[in-house]
Design a protein around this ligand. Structure first.
Ligand code: NAP
Length: 282
């Protein structure tokens, strides 16, 4: 079998960001309001600082204003909730991104729930998850939303396909499975307690790897012709799929980096402009 075609997340994300920048400029011209994304960071974890800075830079390039709230590592859940409630009520802020993970002393769920659903452009609230699962208007969790957009771009129709999602986190595995289900795939979730992961993956027409374990998914377990989406991002730019061997059997595969990663930020920016458009009634 010939090598799989690469799903180019970098190129698609660039086009989405360009389109988003045009929509942002158009909104500002019509209403005088520039879309604004508030980023909230608790503490100074270097990876989180980098992620937030990257999101701010990309926002700026797309004509989205960013407002950063840096809170000390000792911030309590109640204080964080106070900040998020304030931003939720502030009419000049259209989207809110709470960078996670936060410190262990913070009740993350309680903090996420302080984000108004109409500003939840990162798709982290229970309201967003339910709306997405029911196919109702709302904002998708960004990485899952980006994965679906990537599948659409490459004409992968999940209907009737067996999709195996490896990982069940609240921000990635669970929501991507719900989106695939919403598109009529037959979805199986795998996790750390799954017995015989290889046997389950071998059945898949679409594999989504969202684990955080370098090269856990081996090429020998990929069904010939399957579509492989690797959301994993491990130190050294290594995905959760053994790319070289999987590429020999898949029909389409995302590279790491350059596959799913860029789609996450593109989705965040697109959803921020969408939120601003809805909130200004434009
Ligand atoms: P997470 O919260 O740590 O969840 C990992 C999931 O994998 C859990 O459901 C866990 O099962 C499961 N798992 C762990 N070991 C396993 C094993 N040996 N076999 C099968 N399942 C196993 O991670 P996450 O936040 O979802 O992130 C997953 C990966 O995606 C990471 O590499 C992360 O860096 C990457 N990521 C990328 C983006 C992006 O923009 N590209 C965004 C977010 C995350 P249990 O539930 O049983 O513990």
């Amino acid at each position: 079998m010939s090598q799989a075609q690469l799903m180019d997340g970098t190129g698609l994300a660039r086009r989405i960001v360009d389109e988003t920048a045009k929509r942002a400029a158009d909104l500002t011209e019509r209403t005088g309001v520039a879309p604004c994304l508030a980023t909230v960071l608790v503490g100074e974890d270097p990876a989180s600082v980098t992620y937030v800075r990257m999101k701010q830079n990309r926002s700026r390039k797309a004509g989205i204003e960013s407002r950063h709230v840096a809170l000390s590592a000792g911030t309590t859940t109640a204080e964080l909730i106070g900040t998020l409630t304030g931003l939720s009520a502030d009419p000049t802020v259209h989207g809110i991104l709470l960078q996670h993970p936060m410190g262990h002393h913070i009740d993350e769920r309680a903090a996420f729930e302080a984000i108004a659903p109409e500003k939840d452009v990162d798709g982290v609230t229970l309201a967003s998850f339910s709306a997405m699962s029911f196919g109702l208007p709302g904002f998708a969790s960004c990485t899952p939303g980006g994965i679906m957009r990537l599948l659409d771009e490459y004409d992968v129709d999940p209907a009737g396909k067996r999709a195996v999602v490896v990982g069940r986190s609240a921000i990635l595995g669970k929501p991507v499975g719900m989106l695939l289900l919403g598109r009529d795939a037959t979805v199986t979730y795998c996790h750390s307690r799954t017995a015989d992961l290889s046997a389950v993956v071998r059945e898949a027409d679409i594999v989504v790897a969202a684990v955080g374990r370098p090269r856990l998914i081996r090429g020998e377990d990929i069904k010939p012709g399957a579509v492989v989406v690797d959301a994993g991002y491990n130190p050294g730019n290594i995905g959760d799929v053994d790319f070289d061997s999987a590429r020999e059997r898949a029909s389409l595969i995302t590279p790491v980096p350059g596959g799913v990663g860029p789609m996450t930020i593109a989705t965040l920016l697109a959803q921020t402009v969408e939120a601003a458009t809805r909130q200004t009634g434009a």
